[in-house]
Design a protein around this ligand. Sequence first.
Ligand SMILES: C[S@@+](CC[C@H](N)C(=O)[O-])C[C@H]1O[C@@H](n2cnc3c(N)ncnc32)[C@H](O)[C@@H]1O
Length: 266
Amino acid sequence: MTECLNDVRRRWPLPIHDYWSTPFAESLLLHLDLCPGASIFDIASGHGIPAFYLAEQVGPTGQVLAIDHSEGQIARARIIQGVQLPWLRFECLDMRALPQHLPCFERITGNLSVMFFRPHRFEVVQGLLDHLNPGGQLVLTFPSLGTFESLWRRIDQEMAVRGLLLERRRLEAYLAERPSAADARGWLDRLHLSRVVVAEYPLEVTTESGQTFLHHPLLRGGFLDDAYECFEDQRLADEVMTRVSEDVESFRPLIAQRCVLSGWKL
Ligand SMILES: C[S@@+](CC[C@H](N)C(=O)[O-])C[C@H]1O[C@@H](n2cnc3c(N)ncnc32)[C@H](O)[C@@H]1O
């Protein structure tokens, strides 16, 4: 596999300045068996990480169908693509309800996808396998349970100091709902995939304190919003989160777990 990748001059590398999607995609590629001519179904494709990379690697004898349910993301991907890599197609589809007429592929990939399988995660993985050829490989990534554990503990501590019982319960429920690497292994085992590998790769996210933390591009619009959602009163949320943001030192290093699940359909 490595040999066939090394021979290709890359015009579509993973973006070096993307400090979230790219490190997750790198861990996905560590486990993906990728060769020219392969057909790939890339779910939750966003604007094309790693769909463009995959399309370049499979080449014109291969085929990549990349799907996302956001029309905006698909439109952005198509603009980036223009008339290049014509064997790569972006479509607006919901990965939790795939149309039956969708064909089968030799590989299914999904970078940063599993967290959007809610609420019936197992059933979504099962539905994906309907579109994987026998002998084909599924490789998915997501930030698994344990991601930013030190941050959640610090937020919980701040809530506890203020006696915020309801908010603490909500935070606990949010954390308990997130899938772990062990959950992911359980799905693949139940689906009788072979050569199952579930691996975690730590990724340190660096941040300054204060407003830089509160508006950190990797944290806001995702993880920090989830913390704010534990509060009815957004003024109180601001107060708690501002206090937490002033104490970044106490929850360094801020570590995300890049979880990769890989398995082969018999
Ligand atoms: C974190 S982004 C990952 C995008 C890309 N794979 C990357 O690595 O940058 C997750 C993507 O999943 C898409 N998504 C969320 N729920 C979805 C669903 N039910 N069906 C298809 N796409 C979905 C979102 O629109 C978003 O583009």
